[in-house]
Ligand binder design. Sequence first.
Ligand code: ADE
Length: 477
Amino acid sequence: MTFRSVCVKSCGDKINENENDKFLVKGRRKARAFSPSLSQLIGGDSGKKSHGIVDQVFDKSRGSHTLGFPDPLPKKLLVAIDVDEDDLLLVQENSHANVKNTLTQYRWWLEVIIYTIFVLGGQSVATILGRLYYDKGGNSMWMATLVINAGFPILLPLYLFSPSENQQRSDMKQFSSAILASIYISFGIFLAAVSMLYAVGLLNLPVSIYTLICATQLGFNALFSFFLNSQKLTPLILNSVVLLMISSMLLVFTPGDSLDSSTKNNKYALGILCTIGASAGYALLLSLTQIYFQNMIKSATFRVVVDMTIYQSAVATCVVLIALFVSGEWKSLCREMREFELGSVSYVMILVWTAVFWQVFSIGVIALIYKVSSLFSNVICALGFPVVLVLAVIILNDKMNGVKLISLVLAISGLVSYLYQHYLDDLKVKAKSRDVASQGRYYHAGYWPSLHFSELIGSLGSSGDSFCKGTQQFHCL
Ligand SMILES: Nc1ncnc2[nH]cnc12
Protein backbone atom coordinates (compact mmCIF):
# COMPACT_ATOMS: atom_id res chain seq x y z
CA MET A 1 0.00 0.00 0.00
CA THR A 2 1.34 3.44 -0.83
CA PHE A 3 0.25 6.39 1.26
CA ARG A 4 -0.27 9.75 -0.21
CA SER A 5 -1.43 12.98 1.26
CA VAL A 6 -3.26 15.78 -0.45
CA CYS A 7 -4.41 19.16 0.77
CA VAL A 8 -6.78 21.90 -0.32
CA LYS A 9 -5.21 25.29 0.28
CA SER A 10 -8.24 27.51 0.31
CA CYS A 11 -11.90 27.36 -0.51
CA GLY A 12 -12.44 26.63 -4.09
CA ASP A 13 -8.76 26.11 -4.57
CA LYS A 14 -7.40 23.08 -6.23
CA ILE A 15 -5.95 20.05 -4.59
CA ASN A 16 -2.22 20.27 -4.24
CA GLU A 17 0.00 17.33 -4.18
CA ASN A 18 2.54 16.84 -1.48
CA GLU A 19 6.14 16.32 -2.43
CA ASN A 20 5.85 12.61 -2.04
CA ASP A 21 2.91 12.28 -4.36
CA LYS A 22 3.31 11.05 -7.84
CA PHE A 23 -0.01 11.85 -9.38
CA LEU A 24 1.42 13.31 -12.51
CA VAL A 25 3.65 10.42 -13.39
CA LYS A 26 4.01 10.38 -17.14
CA GLY A 27 0.86 12.42 -17.37
CA ARG A 28 -1.23 9.27 -17.15
CA ARG A 29 -2.72 9.66 -13.72
CA LYS A 30 -5.98 11.40 -13.35
CA ALA A 31 -7.71 12.52 -10.25
CA ARG A 32 -11.31 12.73 -9.24
CA ALA A 33 -12.93 14.25 -6.22
CA PHE A 34 -16.10 12.85 -4.72
CA SER A 35 -18.63 14.24 -2.37
CA PRO A 36 -22.05 13.05 -1.31
CA SER A 37 -23.36 16.60 -1.60
CA LEU A 38 -21.27 18.49 -4.11
CA SER A 39 -23.18 20.59 -6.54
CA GLN A 40 -20.80 23.31 -7.57
CA LEU A 41 -18.12 23.45 -10.14
CA ILE A 42 -14.97 25.45 -9.62
CA GLY A 43 -12.25 25.00 -12.15
CA GLY A 44 -10.06 28.02 -11.40
CA ASP A 45 -10.34 31.49 -12.93
CA SER A 46 -9.49 30.39 -16.37
CA GLY A 47 -11.44 27.24 -16.00
CA LYS A 48 -8.22 25.34 -16.28
CA LYS A 49 -6.99 22.87 -13.72
CA SER A 50 -4.28 24.74 -11.87
CA HIS A 51 -2.17 21.74 -11.00
CA GLY A 52 -3.53 19.35 -13.49
CA ILE A 53 -4.34 16.96 -10.71
CA VAL A 54 -7.99 16.96 -9.83
CA ASP A 55 -10.05 17.15 -12.94
CA GLN A 56 -13.43 15.94 -11.80
CA VAL A 57 -15.73 16.14 -8.84
CA PHE A 58 -18.46 13.63 -8.41
CA ASP A 59 -21.78 14.90 -7.22
CA LYS A 60 -23.65 11.93 -5.89
CA SER A 61 -26.98 13.71 -5.66
CA ARG A 62 -26.83 14.44 -9.37
CA GLY A 63 -24.88 11.37 -10.27
CA SER A 64 -22.56 13.38 -12.48
CA HIS A 65 -19.00 14.57 -12.68
CA THR A 66 -18.12 18.22 -12.55
CA LEU A 67 -14.89 20.13 -12.32
CA GLY A 68 -13.47 21.80 -9.22
CA PHE A 69 -14.82 22.40 -5.70
CA PRO A 70 -17.70 24.19 -4.04
CA ASP A 71 -17.22 27.17 -1.76
CA PRO A 72 -17.39 26.59 1.16
CA LEU A 73 -16.19 23.05 1.06
CA PRO A 74 -18.70 20.61 2.52
CA LYS A 75 -17.84 19.11 5.86
CA LYS A 76 -17.61 15.60 4.62
CA LEU A 77 -15.88 15.90 1.37
CA LEU A 78 -14.57 12.69 0.01
CA VAL A 79 -11.81 12.96 -2.45
CA ALA A 80 -10.54 10.08 -4.44
CA ILE A 81 -7.54 10.26 -6.63
CA ASP A 82 -8.07 7.94 -9.48
CA VAL A 83 -4.77 6.49 -10.48
CA ASP A 84 -4.96 5.18 -13.99
CA GLU A 85 -8.74 5.30 -14.00
CA ASP A 86 -9.32 2.38 -11.64
CA ASP A 87 -6.77 2.55 -8.87
CA LEU A 88 -7.88 5.01 -6.29
CA LEU A 89 -6.27 7.13 -3.68
CA LEU A 90 -8.85 7.97 -1.11
CA VAL A 91 -8.78 11.19 0.77
CA GLN A 92 -11.14 12.25 3.47
CA GLU A 93 -11.65 15.08 5.92
CA ASN A 94 -13.14 13.24 8.81
CA SER A 95 -11.74 12.97 12.31
CA HIS A 96 -13.72 9.78 13.10
CA ALA A 97 -12.08 8.17 10.18
CA ASN A 98 -8.68 8.85 11.68
CA VAL A 99 -9.57 7.05 14.90
CA LYS A 100 -11.16 4.16 13.10
CA ASN A 101 -8.24 3.81 10.80
CA THR A 102 -5.70 3.67 13.62
CA LEU A 103 -6.64 0.01 13.88
CA THR A 104 -6.06 -0.46 10.19
CA GLN A 105 -2.76 1.30 10.60
CA TYR A 106 -1.64 -1.08 13.36
CA ARG A 107 -2.70 -4.00 11.24
CA TRP A 108 -0.68 -2.63 8.34
CA TRP A 109 2.41 -2.29 10.51
CA LEU A 110 1.93 -5.76 11.92
CA GLU A 111 1.76 -7.23 8.43
CA VAL A 112 4.84 -5.30 7.32
CA ILE A 113 6.75 -6.58 10.38
CA ILE A 114 5.69 -10.18 9.69
CA TYR A 115 6.77 -9.99 6.03
CA THR A 116 10.04 -8.38 7.08
CA ILE A 117 10.71 -11.36 9.37
CA PHE A 118 9.91 -13.68 6.44
CA VAL A 119 12.45 -11.88 4.25
CA LEU A 120 15.23 -11.72 6.85
CA GLY A 121 14.70 -15.26 8.16
CA GLY A 122 14.12 -16.85 4.76
CA GLN A 123 17.08 -15.20 3.12
CA SER A 124 19.64 -15.91 5.83
CA VAL A 125 18.69 -19.56 6.45
CA ALA A 126 18.33 -20.36 2.73
CA THR A 127 21.69 -18.77 1.83
CA ILE A 128 23.55 -20.63 4.59
CA LEU A 129 21.89 -23.94 3.63
CA GLY A 130 22.66 -23.31 -0.04
CA ARG A 131 26.34 -22.85 0.75
CA LEU A 132 26.29 -25.91 3.04
CA TYR A 133 25.07 -27.98 0.08
CA TYR A 134 28.14 -26.97 -1.95
CA ASP A 135 30.53 -27.28 1.01
CA LYS A 136 29.53 -30.85 1.88
CA GLY A 137 29.84 -32.34 -1.58
CA GLY A 138 26.98 -30.92 -3.65
CA ASN A 139 28.14 -29.92 -7.12
CA SER A 140 25.05 -29.55 -9.23
CA MET A 141 24.57 -25.96 -10.20
CA TRP A 142 21.13 -26.75 -11.66
CA MET A 143 20.03 -28.52 -8.47
CA ALA A 144 21.08 -25.44 -6.46
CA THR A 145 19.09 -23.31 -8.91
CA LEU A 146 16.08 -25.60 -8.72
CA VAL A 147 15.68 -25.33 -4.96
CA ILE A 148 15.52 -21.52 -5.13
CA ASN A 149 12.07 -21.79 -6.71
CA ALA A 150 10.83 -25.36 -6.36
CA GLY A 151 9.28 -24.92 -2.91
CA PHE A 152 6.24 -23.08 -4.25
CA PRO A 153 3.75 -25.93 -3.44
CA ILE A 154 4.10 -25.09 0.26
CA LEU A 155 2.36 -21.80 -0.51
CA LEU A 156 -0.76 -23.47 -1.89
CA PRO A 157 -2.55 -23.49 1.52
CA LEU A 158 -2.38 -19.68 1.39
CA TYR A 159 -5.20 -19.81 -1.15
CA LEU A 160 -7.43 -20.78 1.75
CA PHE A 161 -6.92 -17.30 3.20
CA SER A 162 -7.50 -15.53 -0.10
CA PRO A 163 -10.89 -14.33 -1.33
CA SER A 164 -13.07 -16.39 -3.56
CA GLU A 165 -12.46 -16.98 -7.23
CA ASN A 166 -15.49 -14.94 -8.27
CA GLN A 167 -14.37 -11.83 -6.49
CA GLN A 168 -10.93 -12.21 -7.92
CA ARG A 169 -12.23 -12.60 -11.44
CA SER A 170 -14.35 -9.49 -11.28
CA ASP A 171 -11.34 -7.55 -10.01
CA MET A 172 -9.25 -8.68 -12.93
CA LYS A 173 -11.82 -8.55 -15.64
CA GLN A 174 -9.84 -6.22 -17.85
CA PHE A 175 -7.04 -8.67 -18.27
CA SER A 176 -7.43 -11.70 -20.34
CA SER A 177 -5.99 -14.95 -19.10
CA ALA A 178 -3.58 -14.80 -22.03
CA ILE A 179 -2.10 -11.50 -20.89
CA LEU A 180 -1.83 -12.65 -17.29
CA ALA A 181 -0.28 -15.94 -18.38
CA SER A 182 2.28 -14.18 -20.55
CA ILE A 183 3.22 -11.89 -17.65
CA TYR A 184 3.70 -14.84 -15.28
CA ILE A 185 5.63 -16.80 -17.90
CA SER A 186 7.98 -13.91 -18.71
CA PHE A 187 8.57 -13.19 -15.02
CA GLY A 188 9.14 -16.91 -14.38
CA ILE A 189 11.68 -17.33 -17.19
CA PHE A 190 13.49 -14.22 -16.02
CA LEU A 191 13.44 -15.52 -12.44
CA ALA A 192 14.94 -18.82 -13.61
CA ALA A 193 17.84 -16.97 -15.27
CA VAL A 194 18.40 -14.80 -12.19
CA SER A 195 18.30 -17.85 -9.90
CA MET A 196 20.89 -19.60 -12.05
CA LEU A 197 23.22 -16.60 -11.75
CA TYR A 198 22.73 -16.60 -7.97
CA ALA A 199 23.56 -20.32 -7.84
CA VAL A 200 26.75 -19.85 -9.88
CA GLY A 201 27.72 -16.90 -7.70
CA LEU A 202 27.28 -18.89 -4.50
CA LEU A 203 29.15 -21.86 -5.98
CA ASN A 204 32.22 -19.73 -6.68
CA LEU A 205 32.32 -17.39 -3.71
CA PRO A 206 32.45 -17.65 0.07
CA VAL A 207 29.11 -16.63 1.60
CA SER A 208 30.57 -13.49 3.12
CA ILE A 209 31.70 -12.12 -0.24
CA TYR A 210 28.56 -13.36 -1.96
CA THR A 211 26.24 -11.51 0.43
CA LEU A 212 28.23 -8.31 0.32
CA ILE A 213 27.93 -8.32 -3.46
CA CYS A 214 24.22 -9.07 -3.17
CA ALA A 215 23.94 -5.72 -1.39
CA THR A 216 24.46 -4.02 -4.78
CA GLN A 217 20.87 -5.09 -5.42
CA LEU A 218 19.77 -2.04 -3.48
CA GLY A 219 21.78 0.25 -5.74
CA PHE A 220 20.39 -1.35 -8.88
CA ASN A 221 16.90 -1.13 -7.48
CA ALA A 222 17.30 2.57 -6.68
CA LEU A 223 18.22 3.11 -10.35
CA PHE A 224 15.40 0.95 -11.71
CA SER A 225 12.93 2.56 -9.31
CA PHE A 226 14.04 5.97 -10.58
CA PHE A 227 13.44 5.05 -14.22
CA LEU A 228 10.51 2.67 -13.86
CA ASN A 229 8.71 3.59 -10.64
CA SER A 230 9.44 7.36 -10.57
CA GLN A 231 11.25 7.12 -7.26
CA LYS A 232 13.27 10.19 -6.27
CA LEU A 233 17.06 9.90 -6.39
CA THR A 234 18.26 12.23 -3.64
CA PRO A 235 21.92 12.88 -2.69
CA LEU A 236 21.51 10.51 0.29
CA ILE A 237 20.20 7.72 -1.93
CA LEU A 238 22.96 8.31 -4.46
CA ASN A 239 25.46 8.25 -1.60
CA SER A 240 24.02 4.93 -0.51
CA VAL A 241 24.26 3.51 -4.04
CA VAL A 242 27.89 4.60 -4.42
CA LEU A 243 28.88 3.20 -1.01
CA LEU A 244 27.27 -0.14 -1.80
CA MET A 245 28.99 -0.32 -5.17
CA ILE A 246 32.42 0.49 -3.70
CA SER A 247 31.77 -2.02 -0.95
CA SER A 248 31.32 -4.87 -3.41
CA MET A 249 34.09 -3.76 -5.75
CA LEU A 250 36.53 -3.85 -2.84
CA LEU A 251 35.88 -7.56 -2.51
CA VAL A 252 37.74 -8.24 -5.75
CA PHE A 253 40.87 -7.58 -3.69
CA THR A 254 40.04 -10.09 -0.98
CA PRO A 255 43.08 -12.24 -0.13
CA GLY A 256 42.63 -15.89 -1.21
CA ASP A 257 41.51 -18.59 1.17
CA SER A 258 42.87 -22.03 0.42
CA LEU A 259 42.85 -21.77 -3.35
CA ASP A 260 45.90 -21.02 -5.46
CA SER A 261 45.73 -17.51 -6.77
CA SER A 262 44.95 -18.06 -10.46
CA THR A 263 42.12 -20.54 -9.74
CA LYS A 264 40.90 -18.21 -7.06
CA ASN A 265 40.96 -15.24 -9.40
CA ASN A 266 39.03 -17.03 -12.11
CA LYS A 267 36.49 -18.49 -9.73
CA TYR A 268 36.07 -15.19 -7.92
CA ALA A 269 35.78 -13.22 -11.14
CA LEU A 270 33.05 -15.56 -12.41
CA GLY A 271 31.31 -15.58 -9.01
CA ILE A 272 31.43 -11.81 -8.68
CA LEU A 273 30.16 -11.22 -12.23
CA CYS A 274 27.31 -13.70 -11.82
CA THR A 275 26.30 -12.32 -8.42
CA ILE A 276 26.31 -8.73 -9.72
CA GLY A 277 24.25 -9.88 -12.72
CA ALA A 278 21.82 -11.70 -10.45
CA SER A 279 21.48 -8.70 -8.14
CA ALA A 280 20.78 -6.39 -11.09
CA GLY A 281 18.30 -8.88 -12.54
CA TYR A 282 16.50 -9.42 -9.25
CA ALA A 283 16.29 -5.66 -8.63
CA LEU A 284 14.73 -5.25 -12.10
CA LEU A 285 12.27 -8.03 -11.36
CA LEU A 286 11.18 -6.29 -8.15
CA SER A 287 10.63 -2.98 -9.95
CA LEU A 288 8.63 -4.71 -12.68
CA THR A 289 6.57 -6.48 -10.02
CA GLN A 290 5.77 -3.10 -8.48
CA ILE A 291 4.63 -1.78 -11.86
CA TYR A 292 2.48 -4.87 -12.27
CA PHE A 293 0.80 -4.32 -8.90
CA GLN A 294 0.31 -0.60 -9.50
CA ASN A 295 -0.82 -0.54 -13.07
CA MET A 296 -2.23 -3.88 -13.95
CA ILE A 297 -3.78 -5.74 -11.11
CA LYS A 298 -7.01 -4.30 -9.82
CA SER A 299 -7.32 -6.42 -6.74
CA ALA A 300 -6.37 -5.34 -3.24
CA THR A 301 -6.44 -8.86 -1.93
CA PHE A 302 -3.52 -10.89 -0.73
CA ARG A 303 -4.42 -13.25 -3.55
CA VAL A 304 -2.40 -11.24 -6.08
CA VAL A 305 0.72 -11.68 -3.95
CA VAL A 306 0.17 -15.44 -3.67
CA ASP A 307 -0.60 -15.72 -7.41
CA MET A 308 2.50 -13.81 -8.39
CA THR A 309 4.77 -15.82 -6.08
CA ILE A 310 3.38 -19.22 -7.01
CA TYR A 311 3.00 -18.78 -10.76
CA GLN A 312 6.39 -17.22 -11.38
CA SER A 313 8.10 -19.83 -9.18
CA ALA A 314 6.24 -22.63 -10.97
CA VAL A 315 7.37 -21.37 -14.38
CA ALA A 316 10.95 -20.89 -13.14
CA THR A 317 10.91 -24.43 -11.71
CA CYS A 318 9.80 -25.92 -15.05
CA VAL A 319 12.53 -24.02 -16.92
CA VAL A 320 15.23 -25.15 -14.47
CA LEU A 321 13.96 -28.76 -14.50
CA ILE A 322 14.32 -28.80 -18.28
CA ALA A 323 17.86 -27.40 -17.94
CA LEU A 324 18.70 -30.03 -15.31
CA PHE A 325 17.70 -32.84 -17.68
CA VAL A 326 19.10 -31.31 -20.87
CA SER A 327 22.47 -30.64 -19.20
CA GLY A 328 22.62 -34.26 -18.02
CA GLU A 329 23.38 -33.15 -14.46
CA TRP A 330 20.48 -35.25 -13.20
CA LYS A 331 22.50 -38.41 -13.87
CA SER A 332 25.04 -37.56 -11.18
CA LEU A 333 22.48 -36.68 -8.50
CA CYS A 334 22.16 -40.19 -7.02
CA ARG A 335 25.90 -40.54 -6.63
CA GLU A 336 26.11 -37.03 -5.21
CA MET A 337 23.50 -37.95 -2.60
CA ARG A 338 25.28 -41.18 -1.63
CA GLU A 339 28.63 -39.43 -1.31
CA PHE A 340 27.33 -36.38 0.52
CA GLU A 341 29.53 -35.81 3.59
CA LEU A 342 26.60 -35.50 6.00
CA GLY A 343 24.71 -38.52 4.61
CA SER A 344 21.85 -38.85 2.17
CA VAL A 345 19.14 -37.88 4.67
CA SER A 346 20.92 -34.61 5.36
CA TYR A 347 21.37 -34.13 1.62
CA VAL A 348 17.62 -34.31 1.07
CA MET A 349 16.86 -32.26 4.18
CA ILE A 350 19.24 -29.47 3.17
CA LEU A 351 17.68 -29.24 -0.28
CA VAL A 352 14.12 -29.40 1.04
CA TRP A 353 14.67 -26.73 3.69
CA THR A 354 16.54 -24.49 1.27
CA ALA A 355 13.51 -24.68 -1.02
CA VAL A 356 11.12 -23.95 1.87
CA PHE A 357 13.07 -20.95 3.14
CA TRP A 358 13.45 -19.41 -0.33
CA GLN A 359 9.67 -19.52 -0.66
CA VAL A 360 9.23 -17.89 2.75
CA PHE A 361 11.62 -15.21 1.51
CA SER A 362 9.76 -14.83 -1.82
CA ILE A 363 6.33 -14.38 -0.31
CA GLY A 364 7.79 -11.81 2.11
CA VAL A 365 9.52 -9.87 -0.67
CA ILE A 366 6.49 -9.78 -2.95
CA ALA A 367 4.13 -8.92 -0.09
CA LEU A 368 6.39 -6.00 0.89
CA ILE A 369 6.32 -4.68 -2.68
CA TYR A 370 2.56 -4.93 -2.59
CA LYS A 371 2.25 -3.29 0.82
CA VAL A 372 4.97 -0.66 0.46
CA SER A 373 7.28 -0.55 -2.58
CA SER A 374 9.98 -2.48 -4.38
CA LEU A 375 12.63 -0.17 -2.98
CA PHE A 376 11.46 -0.82 0.58
CA SER A 377 11.43 -4.55 -0.09
CA ASN A 378 14.99 -4.26 -1.32
CA VAL A 379 16.10 -2.35 1.75
CA ILE A 380 14.80 -5.18 3.91
CA CYS A 381 16.73 -7.70 1.77
CA ALA A 382 19.82 -5.55 2.16
CA LEU A 383 19.30 -5.42 5.94
CA GLY A 384 19.58 -9.20 5.87
CA PHE A 385 23.01 -9.27 4.21
CA PRO A 386 25.03 -8.36 7.32
CA VAL A 387 23.00 -10.99 9.21
CA VAL A 388 23.95 -13.65 6.65
CA LEU A 389 27.57 -12.53 6.76
CA VAL A 390 27.80 -12.87 10.52
CA LEU A 391 26.05 -16.27 10.42
CA ALA A 392 28.50 -17.43 7.72
CA VAL A 393 31.47 -16.51 9.89
CA ILE A 394 29.96 -18.30 12.91
CA ILE A 395 28.39 -21.37 11.26
CA LEU A 396 30.48 -21.94 8.13
CA ASN A 397 33.77 -20.63 9.53
CA ASP A 398 34.06 -18.10 6.73
CA LYS A 399 37.21 -16.07 7.26
CA MET A 400 36.84 -12.43 8.22
CA ASN A 401 39.64 -10.18 7.04
CA GLY A 402 40.39 -6.47 6.79
CA VAL A 403 39.00 -6.02 3.29
CA LYS A 404 35.74 -7.78 4.12
CA LEU A 405 35.44 -5.71 7.28
CA ILE A 406 35.89 -2.42 5.39
CA SER A 407 33.43 -3.66 2.79
CA LEU A 408 30.94 -4.51 5.52
CA VAL A 409 31.31 -1.06 7.10
CA LEU A 410 30.78 0.61 3.71
CA ALA A 411 27.71 -1.56 3.00
CA ILE A 412 26.20 -0.71 6.38
CA SER A 413 26.95 3.01 5.87
CA GLY A 414 25.21 2.79 2.50
CA LEU A 415 22.24 1.20 4.14
CA VAL A 416 22.10 3.80 6.91
CA SER A 417 22.31 6.59 4.35
CA TYR A 418 19.37 5.09 2.52
CA LEU A 419 17.31 4.60 5.66
CA TYR A 420 18.10 8.15 6.82
CA GLN A 421 16.61 9.47 3.57
CA HIS A 422 13.44 7.57 4.33
CA TYR A 423 13.38 8.91 7.87
CA LEU A 424 13.70 12.49 6.52
CA ASP A 425 10.93 11.89 3.99
CA ASP A 426 8.73 10.57 6.74
CA LEU A 427 9.38 13.58 8.97
CA LYS A 428 8.56 15.94 6.11
CA VAL A 429 5.27 14.23 5.37
CA LYS A 430 4.29 14.25 9.04
CA ALA A 431 5.21 17.93 9.50
CA LYS A 432 3.19 18.88 6.43
CA SER A 433 0.32 16.79 7.68
CA ARG A 434 0.35 18.62 11.02
CA ASP A 435 0.57 22.06 9.34
CA VAL A 436 -2.31 21.57 7.04
CA ALA A 437 -4.40 19.71 9.60
CA SER A 438 -4.14 22.75 11.89
CA GLN A 439 -5.81 24.76 9.11
CA GLY A 440 -8.66 22.29 9.18
CA ARG A 441 -8.27 21.39 5.57
CA TYR A 442 -6.32 18.26 5.36
CA TYR A 443 -6.96 15.05 3.60
CA HIS A 444 -5.27 11.80 4.31
CA ALA A 445 -4.97 9.28 1.61
CA GLY A 446 -4.25 5.61 1.27
CA TYR A 447 -3.50 3.74 -1.88
CA TRP A 448 -6.35 1.42 -2.57
CA PRO A 449 -5.70 -0.53 -5.68
CA SER A 450 -8.78 -2.70 -5.65
CA LEU A 451 -11.58 -0.26 -5.76
CA HIS A 452 -13.31 0.40 -9.03
CA PHE A 453 -14.83 3.73 -9.76
CA SER A 454 -18.31 2.27 -9.86
CA GLU A 455 -17.76 0.34 -6.63
CA LEU A 456 -16.73 3.53 -4.89
CA ILE A 457 -19.85 5.32 -5.97
CA GLY A 458 -21.85 2.33 -4.84
CA SER A 459 -20.27 2.38 -1.43
CA LEU A 460 -20.83 6.10 -0.84
CA GLY A 461 -23.48 6.53 1.79
CA SER A 462 -24.97 9.79 2.97
CA SER A 463 -21.88 10.51 5.01
CA GLY A 464 -18.20 9.95 4.86
CA ASP A 465 -18.44 7.50 7.75
CA SER A 466 -20.35 4.94 5.83
CA PHE A 467 -17.83 5.24 3.11
CA CYS A 468 -15.08 4.57 5.57
CA LYS A 469 -16.81 1.49 6.94
CA GLY A 470 -16.87 0.01 3.49
CA THR A 471 -13.13 0.31 3.09
CA GLN A 472 -10.86 -2.27 4.50
CA GLN A 473 -7.63 -0.94 3.17
CA PHE A 474 -8.34 2.74 3.73
CA HIS A 475 -5.62 4.08 5.88
CA CYS A 476 -4.82 7.49 7.30
CA LEU A 477 -1.30 8.65 7.96
N1 ADE B 1 20.72 -14.28 -2.66
C1 ADE B 1 19.76 -14.92 -3.34
N2 ADE B 1 19.96 -16.18 -3.76
C2 ADE B 1 18.98 -16.80 -4.42
N3 ADE B 1 17.81 -16.26 -4.72
C3 ADE B 1 17.61 -15.01 -4.32
N4 ADE B 1 16.56 -14.21 -4.46
C4 ADE B 1 16.87 -13.04 -3.89
N5 ADE B 1 18.07 -13.06 -3.36
C5 ADE B 1 18.56 -14.29 -3.62
